[in-house]
Every structure is written in C-alpha cells, then in structure tokens.
Design a protein around this ligand. Structure first.
Ligand code: ZN
Length: 133
C-alpha cells in the first residue's frame, strides 16, 4: 500500500514530496520545497536538507538533530511569493516534533518564517534570512 506523504498533503509520498526527495525533480515553488524539506526531516534524510540549503550545512549536525527528534505534523500558515517565476519567497509554518535526547524531552513546536531563494531554476532554503517566531 502506498504510504501517505509526511507533509500531510493527503497525497501519497511518491506523488508528493518523494518526487523531489528521491525522484530527482526540483520543487517548483517555495511551498513545495518547504514541504519536501519537512518530509526529509520526518524521514531523516540529511542529504536532501544539505542539497536544498543555501548555506553549507554540516551533514553530521543535521543527522544528529534528526536522531534527537521525530517530526510528526506540519502546518503551513501562510506564504508570500515563492512562485515559479519569483526569485524569493517566504513560508510561515509550524512543525510539531517530539524530542528524546535533549532536555526538556517531549513535544515541541518549531514556528518559523522561512526565507527561500531561487537560483538557476532551483529553490533553496535561506537560513540567514529566516526567523524563528
Ligand atoms: Zn508531501
């Protein structure tokens, strides 16, 4: 049976974020990239996080963060620009997780306004211009 996409779109993983995370396609919009990066966190795919970050991310530290937390729900609250012809975009979201290794343990929420830039037809996450809310 096809599994549902972790991003909560209601689509199957293969028809949704899986196309970008494993299928080699590029997310066409900032929201699509945001969703697929969330799904990569949920599935603990550090390669995809590194490949879609503007900044050089440390693979090991992302893997460590993934070991410490399980992301289980995404809510996209709003977005600005980030369309197929835009150069920049913003997505505000809440990502719900449970932590094991860090204190305090338990449930947490990451509420962030993420910035994205499009370069040579590909969207990237721009951490420097993103804000934790
Ligand atoms: Zn998805």
């Amino acid at each position: 049976m096809a599994r549902e996409c972790p991003c909560g779109s209601g689509e199957t993983y293969e028809a949704c974020c899986g196309r970008y995370i494993e299928g080699g396609a590029h997310a066409p919009t900032a929201v699509a990239l945001m969703r697929s990066r969330y799904s990569a966190y949920a599935l603990k795919n550090a390669d995809y996080i590194v490949a879609t970050s503007l900044k050089d991310e440390k693979h090991a530290s992302i893997e460590q963060a993934m070991k410490e937390s399980d992301f289980y729900r995404l809510e996209i609250l709003s977005h600005k620009k980030g369309g197929v012809l835009d150069r920049k975009g913003e997505v505000t979201f809440k990502a719900f997780y449970k932590t094991f290794c860090r204190t305090p343990q338990g449930e947490g929420v990451l509420h962030e306004r993420s910035a994205f830039v499009r370069k040579k037809g590909r969207w990237f996450y721009d951490e420097e211009n993103s804000t934790i809310l």
